[in-house]
Design a binder for this molecule. Structure first.
Ligand SMILES: O=C(O)CCC(=O)C(=O)O
Ligand SMILES: [Fe+2]
Length: 295
């Protein structure tokens, strides 16, 4: 791994990777074990959110809590946003055969949902350094026919969508939608459409990951194949970012998410800012560790 090279590539494209974390067989065995816990009602009862989309299961599923501070992931995140890294959210992204793709979208402060208030607020600004990153891990293979991710390299430099414009959730919206949110309606220039020749399809084997800023316009292909695709997004910020500032909950996907038990996990470095409520151990009382502590 060459941090300078990662930074150069990221500056140009708005993402880096894919990289290999595990070989497909290893990932398949690991994911099988995690899925068992995911489906276990006892683990479910320890969930931080009462939520239909399985946000933040790293807070109660030990294997996911370990994954988020895997040094091979965290060192790459640190190359792009500095040594002190908080995981503020994880999300599962399943696509079953027949599911539509995820429509193109672009965000940074995560003002998604019924409000136009961002969930993230940077307290410092350094040119060229993003205030958020996502590491998207392929828990299964994600090929062209089964909903691999797609990006527009370099699109992080220009806003094409106004993430602060309010959007209504529509459960039955499918095409061009982000799980019921239609970003087409919040395009800054309604006539702008991505050029197919600028699109990069990121096919990944099970066990690979890529890292991007959500400012890079991204989405995924429909699943016209026969196998489920499962992605897992690890969302991180540098410690100077305030997460869910002043919010006690939020409404998304027709659901109310109560933040009472939410905490950020330090996955690298240290937190000199103390801006955020922290989760120091998982729902079973086991401590989280940073990438450095694991090396
Ligand atoms: O997995 C997908 O289809 C969408 C993922 C996504 O938009 C994200 O991770 O921000
Ligand atoms: Fe996204």
């Amino acid at each position: 791994m060459d941090p300078d090279n990662d930074r150069r590539t990221f500056a140009e494209q708005g993402y880096i990777g894919p990289f290999t974390l595990w070989e497909p067989g290893e990932m398949a065995a690991w994911w099988k074990r995690q899925r068992k816990v995911l489906l276990d009602p006892e683990a479910g009862s320890r969930k931080t959110f009462d939520n239909p989309v399985n946000y933040d299961r790293h807070l109660d599923i030990p294997g996911l809590g370990e994954l988020i501070s895997d040094p091979r992931i965290v060192r790459r995140l640190q190359a792009l946003i500095g040594p002190d890294v908080l995981c503020w959210r994880t999300e599962f992204f399943p696509k079953n055969p027949g599911d539509s793709g995820t429509g193109w979208h672009q965000v940074e402060k995560y003002a998604i949902g019924e409000t136009s208030v961002g969930m993230l607020e940077a307290t410092e600004h350094s040119p060229g350094v993003p205030m958020e990153l996502t590491c998207w891990v392929a828990f299964t293979e994600a090929a062209r026919e089964n909903a691999c991710m797609k990006v527009i390299p370099g699109s992080h430099r220009q806003w094409r969508y106004d993430e602060h414009a309010p959007m209504r959730w529509n459960a039955s919206a499918r095409d061009n939608s982000f799980f019921g949110y239609n970003y087409d309606g919040i395009k800054i220039d309604a006539d702008w459409n991505p050029d197919e020749q600028d699109v990069r399809h990121l096919e990944m084997r099970a066990g690979q990951f890529f890292i991007f800023t959500a400012r890079t316009i991204h989405g995924s292909n429909p699943n016209v194949g026969r196998r489920q695709r499962m992605g897992f997004a690890i969302r991180v910020v540098p410690t100077h970012v305030r997460v869910y500032g002043g919010m006690t909950g939020f409404d998304e996907f027709g659901h109310h998410f109560d933040l009472e038990r939410h905490g950020c996990v330090l996955v690298g470095g240290s937190d000199e800012y103390g801006l955020n409520r922290m989760a120091r151990h998982n729902a079973w009382g086991e401590p989280f560790s940073t990438a450095e502590e694991r090396l």
